[in-house]
Design a protein. Structure first.
Length: 42
């Protein structure tokens, strides 16, 4: 993907512009939930 010009981040969880929360694997679910709750509490 990087060779095609895509931006790639190998992070446990990624928050895009305080609107979208993404993770890659089920192992990342605790970090995903934490970030999602932060956004919902704003």
């Amino acid at each position: 993907m990087e060779n095609a010009g895509a931006n790639y981040q190998d992070d446990e969880v990624y928050v895009c512009q305080n609107q979208l929360v993404m993770s890659c694997t089920p192992d990342d679910l605790p970090a995903f939930n934490q970030e999602l709750l932060k956004l919902l509490n704003k």
